[in-house]
Every structure is written in C-alpha cells, then in structure tokens.
Design a protein around this ligand. Structure first.
Ligand SMILES: Cc1cc2nc3c(=O)[nH]c(=O)nc-3n(C[C@H](O)[C@H](O)[C@H](O)COP(=O)(O)OP(=O)(O)OC[C@H]3O[C@@H](n4cnc5c(N)ncnc54)[C@H](O)[C@@H]3O)c2cc1C
Length: 533
C-alpha cells in the first residue's frame, strides 16, 4: 500500500454510472474539485434503464447536453396500459400536456446516457479513473480516508467528501454502516434488448398487466426494443434464450413483435428498499446506493440522477468553503422522501399488476374507469415524468411572503412569452446553464438591483425582469411584456424569486428586499460571507 495523499477539498465520486457521472458533471460545473473512480475498466454495454423522464431532461438541458441525448434517443409521447390476453386498452397517458418544456420521455440505452455524461465530464476536466475500486473508507471531522485498489496496487488517500454512487451493491454504503431497509422481494424480471420488427408506432411505451405481473415494450433507436417481463420466482433461468423471450412476448403482449439479434438477455431479481440516512457525515449516498426498486415505472435512474443534481450544488458550495456543512442536511431532507415515495409506489404497482382472481378483475375495472377520466391520464403522465416533484417545507427553502400560487420549494416555472433585450426569445431554463443561483426580480429600481448583486456576489446572477426593452443592461435581463413571471412565480411586480442551481425555488417574496434575501441565504442555505445588501 502506498502512503496517504492529501486532497482535503476534493470530492471523490465512487462509481461512474449515470448517477456518479451526473454528480461529477454538476460538481465540476458548480466549481468543486472532483475525482471519479470506477471499478469497471470499460463502460457497461447493458441497456438497463432506458427511459429519461421530462424533469431529468430539464436538468440535462441546464447542463448543456440534452440535444446530444435527443440525437441518440427515441421520443416517447404516450404510455399505454393494457390487460388481459386480448390486450384490452385500459389507460393511455399522453405526455404532451405535462408542465415541462420537454413534454415527452426519451428512450435510449443507458450506455448512451452515460456516454453523453462522460463526454461532458471530460469537457469539464474530469477524467473517470477506470479500473479503480474503493475497498474501504473511514472518516473523521476533517476528511475521509479512502482505500483504492487498482492494477497498480492499493493506495490510501485522504479526500474531503465522498459521494457513494456505486450502485445497488454499494461498498460505500456498507462502509458507513447503512443498509437497504425494505422488502427483499421486488420481483423477478427478464430483460431483453433485441431488434424487433413491428408495425406499431415507436412513440409509445406499452405496458401489459397479467397474472404473472407486468410486461413492457420500450422502443429504442435503430429498430431495437427493450422488453421487460416480470416472471414468477421459479420462472425462466437467469440467461433466457431469444425463443423464450419471443414466446413470453407473444403470450402476454400479443403477436406484434418479431425478435432477432439479441444484444442483452438477462434474468434479474429486484429488491425494494431504501437506506435510512442519505448523509453520514462527509459521506453522501445517491442513486441505487440509496434506493432500489422495480424498474416498472422507469423511475430508478431518473430518481438517482436527480439525487445527484440536488446534492452537487450543495456539496460544491460546502467543499469550496462557500457554505457551512449544515446545507448538506437538506439533501437528505429533500431527497429521502422522494426516494421513499418511488419505492412505495413501485412496490404497490408491482403487486397490483400481478394480482389475480377477483381482485385482479377489480383492478382491471378500476383501470378501465380511470382510463376514461382525462385528468387521470394527465396525472399518471406527470407523475411518471417527475414534474410534480417539489421540496416545500425543506429546511433550505424559505420566504413566500405575499406570494400567490407558487411556493418556495417548487420547481421554477419556465414560461413562454419572455424576450431578451435584443427582442429574441428568452427562457429561464436557458439562463440555468449559468452555474450558481439565479435571482429574478420584477422590481424596476436599479439601486435594488445593485444591492441584490452585492448580496449574491459570486454566487450567481441577478436577472431584472422588465415590461419593456428600455434602458441598458449590465447582465442578462428578461423582457416580460405579458407579466408572465409576476404571474407564474406569484411575486407580482415588485417581487423576487431565487432559483437554486438545481432549478428549484429557494426563496420567493412579493417584495424585493435585499436584506431579506441575504438573511435567507445565510440562515437557510448556510452560505458564508453573504453581503448584507
Ligand atoms: C441488470 C439491470 C437491469 C436494469 N434495468 C432497468 C430498467 O429496465 N429500468 C430502470 O429504470 N432501471 C433499470 N436498472 C436500474 C438502473 O440501471 C439503475 O437505477 C441506474 O443504473 C442507477 O444508476 P447508479 O449510477 O446509481 O448505479 P449503477 O448504474 O449501478 O452504477 C454504479 C457504478 O459504480 C461502480 N462501482 C460499484 N462499486 C464500486 C466500487 N467499490 N468502487 C468503484 N466503482 C464501483 C459500478 O461498476 C457501476 O459502474 C437496471 C439495473 C440493472 C443492474
């Protein structure tokens, strides 16, 4: 073993799956020193999680890589749920009505998502250290000693913080004494990534409920389809054949697909559960290391990537000394309930789908009735797209005085109808490509703008919102002739809205008061050295 190297401000991300890579990119983008170690010497080729939901797309857009992913994906605008051997349609949820700039899902094999993120990490100066396995860690008040094994030997190094994004069998999780608490049987599944000739349009994910559980077809690029088939515990073996998968697809989903060219066929048991604490001192758990559940709703990777986005800006501020470490407690407070809800819902869904007999009949009738209520389809689509997630009541959000409609902790609306000073279209989502916070103010006083800039300092950007393009601008300005910001943010024409780097509203007020913004940043976000305004 070589000696201990000291990197006290470095954040070590363990695992270069989608969650570790998202964390690494966001940490680097928000100014942290970051390293990533990955046990595999080459990226995985298994298609695994194929659905990228709308909220995740909003984050990828802020990171500047959404277009790259779109070019590698199929756009999905509907999810259908059918039941019975005849495949009777019970529910069709279309995504086009969901409240997002990207009202669709993207289907693409997980390695494509990872490749896009790895390329961004490289552009940001973060090289994934492949073939390096974390074998142990121990922490004290000032840092974390990690033991890293590679072909070159074993090295002990000291870093400031560790993000455990090392998947369902997380070594980091075990090393800090956490374990997945929950139901050990989430079901057995067959996964197949195959070429599938079909006449069905590729814009729809198709799910089928049957006595053996859920079956699903997820269209992917290049004429491939990802099938997911729940099987009894004593069902087909861990390495199913293409013929077995074809038989199950025909039996359960109708004879719509002719399969060939199997790229990935595997049987897999999923567990449902979650760790008790996402934060253990200087070690933070994210993604499958923190929560595991059925893949049926396409939420696992998305929930994990959103964990990473929530955590990264906070850890970037803390690891660079710009915030006290109490800010990290809000990571657990905000994300643990989200993970718990996903585990709860997917457990219920998996059980409900597999229900047989009179209760199964009741389920089918219920689905049929609900399927005729458009609001239900919309709710299902919005829930799967994860666009209703919010952190109301979090210890890191505050304000709200005089605000109507929106609430601190909600996701920042990204309304149409805004312009830049040159008259071109402008979106708040595009401004989120700047690292740091965005502070929108509908107050027209230049003195107030200057005082807000003094409060925010280098932590972000103040964006005045004006009714017309008049006057000069020292930085970005939004022109809002229709008053959509005043309306959608509920802050009226003299208010302020603080958008955190993860796109959620940290603070809202119907009055622009730089002193109050400063108090919020110091007391709720634990930022140090914030100007008094
Ligand atoms: C076989 C399989 C099929 C799946 N199918 C679906 C699906 O159909 N739909 C769906 O939504 N989700 C599916 N998932 C789950 C989905 O892949 C995960 O939710 C997602 O990958 C979570 O990302 P992650 O980054 O947290 O973990 P992972 O993707 O597991 O990444 C963890 C990374 O950490 C590395 N690592 C592990 N230990 C160490 C260590 N000690 N040191 C260094 N590196 C380490 C691993 O090599 C890996 O690259 C599937 C998962 C598996 C395993």
């Amino acid at each position: 073993m070589s000696g201990t190297a000291e990197e006290p401000s470095t954040v070590l991300v363990v695992g270069a799956g989608p969650v570790g890579l998202t964390a690494a990119c966001e940490l680097a983008r928000q100014g942290a020193r970051v390293r990533v170690v990955e046990a595999l010497t080459e990226p995985t080729t298994q298609s695994r999680a194929v659905v990228v939901q709308a909220r995740t797309q909003e984050h990828l857009a802020a990171m500047g890589v959404l277009d790259e992913l779109v070019a590698r994906a199929v756009e999905i605008t509907a999810v259908e749920v059918r039941s019975g051997a005849a495949g009777t349609l019970r529910l069709r949820a279309v995504t086009t009505g969901i409240d997002s700039r990207y009202p669709r899902a993207l289907d693409t094999p997980q390695p494509e998502t990872e490749a896009v993120l790895a390329a961004l990490a490289a552009r940001l100066g973060v090289a994934v250290e492949r073939g390096v396995t974390l074998t142990d860690l121990a922490q004290d008040d000032r840092g974390v000693d990690v033991t890293l094994a590679s072909a070159a030997g074993t090295a002990r190094q000291r870093v400031g913080w560790v993000v455990g994004a090392d998947g369902g069998h997380s070594r980091v999780r075990a090393a800090v004494g956490e374990r997945i608490e929950g139901v050990p049987d989430g079901g057995h599944f067959l996964f197949a990534d195959v070429a599938a000739a079909t006449t069905l349009p590729s814009d729809t994910i198709r799910l089928f409920a049957g006595p053996d559980g859920v079956s699903g077809a997820f269209p992917m690029p290049d004429g491939r389809t990802r099938f997911l088939l729940q099987v009894p515990a004593a069902g087909p073996p861990a390495q199913p054949t293409l013929d077995e998968v074809q038989r199950l697809v025909d039996e359960r989903m109708g004879e719509h697909w002719r399969l060939s060219d199997a790229r990935w066929l595997v049987g897999f048991e999923v567990h449902h559960g979650q760790v008790e604490r996402y934060r253990r001192g200087r070690v933070l758990l994210a993604g499958d290391a923190a929560h595991v559940h059925s893949p049926a709703g396409g939420q696992g990777m998305n929930t994990g990537m959103q964990d990473a986005v929530n955590l990264a800006w906070k850890l970037a501020l803390v690891s660079t000394g710009r915030a006290a470490d109490a800010l990290l407690d809000s990571y657990h407070a905000e994300r643990h309930p989200v993970g718990a809800a996903v585990v709860r819902q997917t457990t219920r869904l998996t059980r409900a789908v597999a229900t047989q007999g009179p209760r199964g009949h009741l389920r089918d009738v219920g689905l049929l009735l609900l399927g005729h209520v458009p609001a239900v389809g919309e709710a299902v689509a919005a829930s799967m797209a994860e666009v209703r997630l919010r952190y109301r009541g979090s210890p890191a959000v505050g304000g709200g005085a005089g605000v109507q409609g929106a609430c601190p902790g909600d996701h920042a609306p990204d309304p149409e109808g805004l312009r830049a000073v040159d008259g071109g279209p402008a979106r708040i989502g595009d401004l989120l490509r700047r690292p740091g916070h965005l502070l929108l103010t509908t107050c027209l006083s230049r003195t107030s703008h200057e005082r807000l800039r003094a409060v925010l300092g280098g932590l972000g950007t103040v964006v005045p919102v004006r009714p017309g393009p008049d006057g000069t601008a020292d930085g970005p300005v939004l022109v809002d002739p229709g008053g959509v910001v005043a309306d959608r943010y509920g802050i009226g024409h003299d208010g302020a809205a603080l958008i955190r780097p993860d796109g959620y509203l940290g603070y809202l007020s119907a009055r622009t008061d730089p002193g109050d913004v400063a108090r919020h940043l110091a007391e709720r976000e634990h930022l140090v050295g914030v100007g008094s305004g």
